[in-house]
Structure formats: structure tokens, C-alpha cells
Design a protein around this ligand. Structure first.
Ligand SMILES: C[S@@+](CC[C@H](N)C(=O)[O-])C[C@H]1O[C@@H](n2cnc3c(N)ncnc32)[C@H](O)[C@@H]1O
Length: 401
């Protein structure tokens, strides 16, 4: 991981430690805690903002490792400062006077002592490390290591409004530099205030990881089709589907969370999408009414989110074995009950942002071999974070016999 060569100020130290404590002690989401600090310090440059955000994510991500290296579990702001000091020393970052009480030798020696224990080195709860190894074997270690890297910032170009070259030029005018890696995809190499740009206001792009961008094309939609996105959330994939369908046809976006559907409607207006109809799932009747009605059905089910640990490093501390089992049971139930919305000659994609087989191909195997299922797998894709450097994802396209 790269750490900018910014000389950390006392004000930044305090903001970083406050935000990290809010995430790990008060259960706040990392992006919210960071945003609060950035708003409170509007005089920071883009580089300083990026630096602060990166250090908060590092403290959250490497919390277990840093506690072991610094020899303490934070109980006060001074303890958090020790953790931050330990992190900056491990990264060979120049330190301010506030970290004088730590020596690089002590920190490096402590790191070498814990290095051999994977769960401590990679900073993950024991239960999750054991489960990951049990499910992925030798693949677990490189996967986990890749999931501890900082995420890329990736944009999906909204083809209803523009193209990748035009977006690239437009962003460049505000010193935001993006590299085109696919027809619809820009990886941001020099960051800026993306959400303040005219391009954003005009709905020219969405922030969406490249792996997540693989899901909508995998459903093989065409303009004019009737598509159901059964776990649409705030619409990342529904908007992509609409763009692939050239805003022709119909997308019924379902979810149990009305707030997310409201965000979807806002995003759809900005993106110039008119074919999405949102419907709140209030009972099983919502699903029954849609029986055998979809040419294409997307099940982007709730999952552990272990494939997007780079973006949400706090997930490792929030997830529990019990919650994971609940999610697996829900995925199983959604697969069997929601599949009925697909027409007999239609196609269905089951997708997760997880890297665990128990949420992915084992779910699909159990479903297609189970009683009452007449589906078979037409194609599937496992995307591991160490392969292309993007998020971990799984998708399987099913058709009926
Ligand atoms: C992985 S997220 C979906 C992300 C979304 N498709 C996107 O691309 O932005 C899973 C979604 O499933 C929703 N959900 C949870 N339980 C559900 C259920 N029983 N039926 C439908 N959706 C459900 C959650 O509210 C959440 O928005």
C-alpha cells in the first residue's frame, strides 16, 4: 500500500484517531466517520483529505495487527495515537514530534514477532481466518492479502449520456485524471472532488468497481426486454442494465428497503433512465404477482461482502459466524422463491460480492440439484481480488431445462 509523503499534523492525527475510534468503538460506518472529519476541516487539500481517509481505513483494516504490534488495545485517544504511530512507522512514513515515544526498532521487532500468525498479520478475526482457509484452502492467503490493499476508484460511464473519451476529457478540466481500461470504465488515477463535477451532476457516470460492472452484461439483456432486479438496492446494477438496454423496455427494481429504492429513483433521474419502476417488497404477494414474467432476472443477493473488504474494511469486525449463517439461509430462500419470477425461456443471474464458495457455487449446486428446481448453469464467473486487482465477485447464469 502506498502512503503519501505528507507530514502529518496534530490536527490530522486527532481527526484520524477520532474517526477510527468512532468506527471501532461506536460502530459508525468508516465512510461516514471520515466524511464528518473532512467536513470539519474544509481547509485540507485533496491530498491531505486522501491521506487522512487512507490512514483511517488503515487503522480500521489493521486494527488487530496494530494492537499486537503496539502492545495495547486502545482505551484513550493517546492509545489510538500509538496505533497510528506504529502504522506510520511500519510504512516508513516521516513522523512528527507527537510520536517521539515510539522507536522504529521496537515496532519493527514487534512486527517480526507477530508476522508468522496469519490472522494477526493480516488482521482478521480467528473464526474468519479459519473459515476462509477451510473454504478456499491455499487460495485463502493470497485472497486475504489482496483484500487488505487499498481499493481503486472506478467509474462506469453512462452510455445513455456520454462515452468514455468525452468523460475523461471533461474530468481532466477539473484535474481529475482517469485511465480507460474498458469501453465503459475509467480508473481514477488522480483524484478530486468527483461529486462536485458537472459530469456527476449531469449523470455521466456512476462510481462502480470493475468487477461489479461485470454483472449486468452477464445477464445478457437486450433493449425492449422485461427485466426484474429482485434485490436492486440503490440501483448500481439496475442503472447499468438500463444503459445496456438503451433505456428501452422495462426494469422492475424490487427491494425490501424503501430508502434504498428512493436513492435509486434519484440516481435514475440523474442518469436519464426512465424504464426503471421501483417496487417495495412488502409480502410474498409482490413476488407471486410477478410469477413467470421476466425475460431476465437478477438476484444480486445480500451477502457477507467479503469480496469488497477493501472498500469496507470494517466488515471483518462486524460480521459474525451467526450472521453469516443467516445470510446463507436467506440466499438459499431467495434463490428458490424468487426464481419463479423468470419465464421458462428466460435467464437468471445469481450474484454476490463474496469470495466464499458457501455463498457462491455451493449455493448454486445445492439449488440446481434440489427438489423442484429445473435450472442448469449456463455460465459462471469467479472474480478473485488478487487476479485483476478489483473486488471479489461471483456470478452464475442459469437457464431452465
Ligand atoms: C447486494 S445488495 C444489492 C446491491 C444492488 N443490486 C446494487 O447493485 O447496488 C442486496 C440487497 O438486497 C436487499 N434485500 C435484503 N433482503 C431482501 C429480500 N428478502 N428480498 C429482496 N431484497 C432484499 C437489501 O436491502 C440490499 O439492497
Amino acid at each position: 500500500m502506498k502512503t503519501n509523503r505528507i507530514n502529518v499534523t496534530s490536527e490530522q492525527v486527532s481527526a484520524i484517531c477520532t474517526a477510527a475510534a468512532q468506527v471501532l468503538q461506536d460502530n459508525r460506518f468508516a465512510d461516514h466517520a471520515i466524511e464528518r472529519q473532512l467536513k470539519a476541516h474544509p481547509h485540507w487539500s485533496i491530498e491531505e483529505q486522501g491521506f487522512v481517509a487512507e490512514q483511517v481505513y488503515a487503522l480500521v483494516r489493521y486494527y488487530r495487527m496494530l494492537c499486537a504490534v503496539a502492545g495495547k488495545t486502545p482505551a484513550s485517544m493517546l492509545d489510538w495515537e500509538d496505533l497510528l504511530g506504529a502504522w506510520l512507522m511500519l510504512k516508513n512514513h516521516p513522523l512528527g514530534a507527537q510520536f517521539k515515544f515510539l522507536t522504529r526498532n521496537e515496532i519493527n521487532n514487534a512486527y517480526h514477532t507477530i508476522y508468522k500468525v496469519r490472522a494477526v498479520r493480516e488482521s482478521i478475526p480467528d473464526w474468519l481466518d479459519e473459515l476462509g482457509f477451510q473454504e478456499l484452502g491455499e487460495q485463502w492467503e493470497p485472497t486475504l492479502k489482496a483484500l487488505n490493499e487499498s481499493p481503486s476508484l472506478v467509474l462506469r460511464v453512462n452510455r445513455l449520456k456520454t462515452d468514455v473519451a468525452t468523460l475523461q476529457q471533461q474530468l481532466q478540466q477539473t484535474d481529475i485524471i482517469g485511465k480507460a481500461i474498458a469501453e465503459d470504465t475509467l480508473v481514477i488515477e488522480q483524484r478530486g472532488k468527483l461529486y462536485h463535477t458537472a459530469a456527476f451532476r449531469h449523470g455521466w457516470f456512476e462510481v462502480q468497481d470493475y468487477s461489479s460492472q461485470q454483472v449486468a452484461p452477464f445477464l445478457e439483456v437486450e433493449p425492449g426486454m422485461r427485466v426484474i432486479d429482485a434485490c436492486a438496492g440503490n440501483g448500481g446494477k439496475a442503472l447499468h442494465l438500463a444503459s445496456l438496454m438503451q433505456n428501452k423496455g422495462r426494469i422492475i427494481a424490487l427491494d425490501t428497503d424503501d430508502k434504498k429504492l428512493e436513492q435509486l429513483r434519484v440516481r435514475a433521474r440523474r442518469a436519464g433512465v426512465s424504464i426503471i419502476e421501483t417496487r417495495l417488497i412488502e409480502s410474498t404477494k409482490t413476488i407471486k404477482r410477478l410469477a413467470q414474467s421476466a425475460d431476465r432476472l437478477l438476484l444480486d443477493v445480500p451477502c457477507s461482502g467479503l469480496g469488497v473488504l477493501r472498500r469496507n474494511p470494517d466488515t471483518r469486525w462486524r460480521l459474525s459466524p451467526e450472521h453469516l449463517q443467516e445470510l446463507i439461509a436467506l440466499q438459499k430462500q431467495l434463490l428458490s422463491s424468487y426464481a419463479k419470477m423468470c419465464r421458462p425461456d428466460g435467464k437468471m443471474v445469481y450474484a454476490t460480492c463474496s469470495i466464499l464458495p458457501s455463498e457462491n457455487q455451493l449455493q448454486i449446486d445445492a439449488y440446481i440439484n434440489g427438489v423442484g428446481s429445473n435450472y442448469k448453469v449456463e455460465a459462471s464467473k469467479h472474480i478473485f481480488p488478487q487476479e485483476a486487482g478489483f473486488d471479489g465477485f461471483y456470478m452464475a447464469r442459469l437457464i431452465q431445462h
